[in-house]
Write a protein of this length. Structure first.
Length: 795
RNA sequence: GGGCGAGUGGCGGAAUUGGUAUACGCGGCAGACUUAAAAUCUGCUUCCUUUACCGGAUUAUGGGUUCGAGUCCCAUCUCGCCCACCA
């Protein structure tokens, strides 16, 4: 007598899959395709985490399920390898990131294979491989050619002692994390992708996506479209200057009693009065130095008067111009018209500095708003010719009135900014740009790609705040069209590398193009994409690039991901995040090797709870899944079989449940249904047909065991189909309620279940029910044949 | 502060269109097998009352709609996530 030995079975099948490569995908126009992928991992030195296992197992379950259902499945795998951890490790130890990455990938690959995933390993990709990033650079150049990759000045943290740019998290209490010196903000030239050019389409198409609402909402908030107007203000004593503000409430313009500029606003130095100049300069300097976090922490309004006045274009009144850090330089025009009667922030500011407050909207009598600054719609007052009208109706009329005089126009503004992609780092994809003697940026010709990341020994940024690449003269100097130029030494944000990899999967070894059109349009868009991170950034960037490359004719679709599954985290048994420092990490390979095997681990992680919620690991509960698989094995290999097939009802019900649940990604209830089925088979005994069905249903969850069973049963793995006529048992249970309370259950033959008069008669003649009715008058009787339920209502 | 979501046994969770609440698993209890333990198998396990039957209560709290509410509506409380001076 043998026993369930997962490690032995798994080694056998993994070896076979390695040899036979059954998961290699080929285009096939005779079958519908299914392109399914997880968000590719960053291969850390720590190896696979139970979180990876959950993510990959969801994808694998669906990939195998659809393959068994006859779809042509593409289930690729790759590595997102550029990034800070490898670079920091290099700075610390001197080991080249290329070497570390190679070792980490080898480890990840080995571990993924121990989990038995149905991956097409011939398509494996790695973003730091020059064969791959050659095409990341090509993508950059397409955006550059169309003006969607551009340079602009931008404030960055700068340490004047270390002479280096610092990331936000490298600034501690306004000081450099290394030397402790006060940091300042310095304007530096940076590269951007013009994602805002697609803001409207990115927003409008969100609703059509089969994505979780949570993520759709987050993307909408991130894009943050708001409709309003730009209004121009003339400036007293400065006839050549003018200030433009953005507002969503042009209807309140008669209530604009002052203007406020962001401290970064460039007009300040030109309009400030002599007696205010010193105070304004000091305020601006201090405000600009503050980090975003510090600005938000202290919400008490601060500000300073510039001594200058603007003219309100609605009524010609002069109004003072102030500077305050509650106005953000990066949004709208960096200047606002303040309407203290109807905006809370402006109201607070006006109270603080004793500025005039003029009400222009009468709050309706039934309004419960008593904040002293009513910000909803109402009837216009103090607004000259617009008095008496409704504020909502006046909005457009006022813009039109301003527009006639050239003082304003409709305007749509977005919270989303353009995507800053320059990184002063070594371990990233080099930006394929060189500068001529005049500092003009030129594209590196496509036949000179890839711009290969040179091997260096010192990975730290140099004194000018540029990446380590700036130290390599050999790298920096390049000849383009006979002219000597200097290469860009910044590298690309890692998100650029992951913005197109889904398409590379469809044609990963193409030497002549990022992807072949036929292949990409056969496989993509990705049918199912699964991840547990990057709700906004990555998922918005992929959508952006998809629209751009569709416009350029390289793709025939405008949305990259049809269905998105967003899985939750796996936490430690104590409910906290797993982390090395807390010592509560569960290593998936340990779980396998201690005897549970990969099938138990995979099935457990799918059974642990709804896939989209966080779950806490339970060292006890995984044993229950092992027992379940053990019982599957015992039924198949160690128990006598029934010669008579007597489980058709539960078998067909199980097929239905597992099929529908797996499609819906309700993996936990699918596993529960298989458990119920196995429990039933333990009682009745299993016919061969039961075992074949069980093995087929089990295959997406526990593929090694299922293959072992199918081999012994000499069966294919074609997904079973349920027969609707076999879902009903011979008898049904009639539920009888009196006044909505359950009072009796009556067994009856299934043939009678649809006969409503029979059901009513059965219910009323039941002695238990009669007890509850007694002499009381029956008001009405509700019979729901579909649910075999009768409710008798008595007085 | 704003937006969204969620509150079900000792625990993770199920209930798919308003129709039998607590599936499945863990844990616990009892029994079988065993010299014994583990493993395995069988049964019980929401709470209260009861030896048991019977009965009653129960899906955060309070109200409402309905023959019937975990599910729909209103209010309150708690937790989670996202955004956060975006004019």
């Amino acid at each position: 007598m043998s026993h369930y030995d997962p490690l032995k079975i798994e080694a056998k099948w993994q070896e076979r899959w390695e040899k036979e490569q059954p998961f290699v995908a080929k285009e096939n126009n005779g079958q519908p395709k299914m392109f399914i992928a997880e968000m590719f991992p960053y291969p850390s030195g720590a190896g696979l985490h139970v979180g990876h296992v959950r993510n990959f197992s969801i994808v694998d379950c669906l990939a195998r399920f659809y393959a068994q259902n006859g779809l042509n499945v593409l289930r690729p795998f790759g590595y997102d390898t550029f990034g800070l951890p490898a670079e920091n490790y290099a700075i610390k130890t001197g080991t080249a990131p290329q070497e570390v990455t190679k070792a980490n990938i080898a480890n990840f690959r080995k571990q993924a294979k121990r989990l038995g995933y149905a991956i097409d390993w011939s398509r494996e990709i790695n973003t730091s491989d020059p064969e791959y990033y050659k095409w990341t650079q090509w993508c950059f150049l397409q955006l550059f050619k169309k003006g969607l990759a551009y340079q602009a000045e931008n404030y960055q943290w700068w340490c004047p002692v270390d002479k280096t740019v610092l990331a936000n998290e490298q600034v501690e209490n306004g000081c450099c994390w290394r030397c402790g010196h006060e940091v300042e903000k310095k304007k530096m030239k940076q590269w951007f992708f013009k994602i805002t050019a697609y803001a409207d389409e990115l927003l409008d198409e969100i609703d059509s996506l089969d994505w979780p609402d949570k993520i759709k909402t987050m993307q909408k908030n991130w894009i943050g479209r708001s409709e309003g107007a730009e209004i121009d203000f003339a400036i007293a004593k400065h006839p050549k200057e003018q200030l433009t503000v953005f507002t969503t409430r042009p209807d309140t313009i008669f209530g604009a009693t002052f203007l406020v500029l962001a401290p970064e606003h460039e007009i300040i130095s030109r309009i400030v009065s002599d007696d205010a100049r010193d105070a304004v300069a000091a305020y601006c300097k201090a405000a600009i130095k503050k980090s975003e976090i510090e600005r938000q922490e202290n919400k008490e309004k601060t500000g300073v008067f510039t001594g200058a006045y603007a003219i309100n274009p609605a009524n010609g009144e002069p109004i003072p111009i102030w500077v305050a850090d509650y106005v953000l330089s990066g949004y709208g025009t960096g200047a606002i018209m303040a309407v203290p009667a109807h905006d809370e922030r402006d109201h607070e500011f006006a109270e603080q500095f004793d500025l005039p407050i003029i009400k222009v909207i009468e709050k309706p009598e039934n309004s419960i708003d008593d904040s002293g600054c009513y910000h909803d719609e109402g009837v216009m007052v103090n607004s000259d010719r617009f008095n008496g009208q409704d504020s909502a109706d006046v909005r457009e009329a006022i813009v039109a009135w301003l527009e006639e005089r050239g003082l304003g126009r409709k305007k749509v503004t977005y919270r989303m900014r353009d995507w800053l992609i320059s990184r002063q780092r070594y371990w990233g994809c080099p930006i394929p740009i060189a500068y001529d003697k005049n500092g003009v940026a030129h594209a590196i010709p496509e036949d000179q790609l890839p711009v290969v990341l040179p091997k260096v020994t010192d990975y730290r940024p140099d004194e000018s705040g540029r990446s380590a690449l700036a130290k390599s003269d050999e790298f920096k100097t390049v000849i383009i069209d006979g002219e000597e130029m200097t290469r860009e030494t910044d590298t690309l944000d890692g998100y650029a590398c992951s913005s197109w990899y889904l398409w590379r999967y469809t044609d990963p070894r193409n030497q002549n193009a990022a992807w072949g059109k036929d292949k990409v349009n056969y496989w993509a868009p990705t049918d199912i994409y699964c991840g547990g991170d990057h709700a906004v950034a990555h998922l918005l960037y992929v959508r952006f690039w998809c629209k751009f490359f569709a416009d350029e004719g390289y793709l025939d679709f405008r949305e990259p991901v049809k269905r998105l599954l967003y899985n939750g985290y796996i936490n430690a048994p104590d409910g906290k995040k797993m982390s090395k420092s807390k010592g509560n990490v569960i290593d998936p390979l340990d779980v396998i090797d201690q005897g549970y095997g990969a099938d138990t681990l995979r099935t457990y992680e799918l059974f642990i709870g709804p896939y989209n919620l966080d779950a806490a690991w339970s060292t006890e509960a995984i044993g229950g899944v092992y027992r379940f698989l053990n019982r599957c094995w015992t039924l198949c290999f160690d128990k006598a079989r029934n010669s008579k097939d007597e489980n058709t009802t539960i078998r067909h019900r199980t097929i239905k449940k597992v099929t529908e649940d797996t499609k819906r990604a309700d993996f936990n209830t699918a596993v529960a249904a298989m458990m119920e089925y196995v429990n039933a088979l333990y009682k009745t005994g299993a016919h061969e047909e039961d075992l074949i069905t069980l093995a087929k249903l089990l295959k997406p969850y526990a593929p090694h065991l299922a293959c072992e069973m199918l081999e012994s049963l000499e069966s294919d793995d074609v997904w079973p189909v349920y027969d609707t006529t076999k879902l009903k048992a011979d008898t049904v249970e009639l539920v009888v309620q009196v006044n909505g309370k359950l009072r009796s259950r009556i067994q009856l033959p299934v043939e009678e279940a649809n006969d409503t008069t029979r059901l009513e008669q059965l219910a009323k003649s039941d002695p238990k029910v009669q007890n509850y009715i007694g002499d009381k008058e029956i008001v009405k009787t509700i019979v729901i044949a579909q649910n075999h339920l009768v409710n008798i209502v008595v007085k």
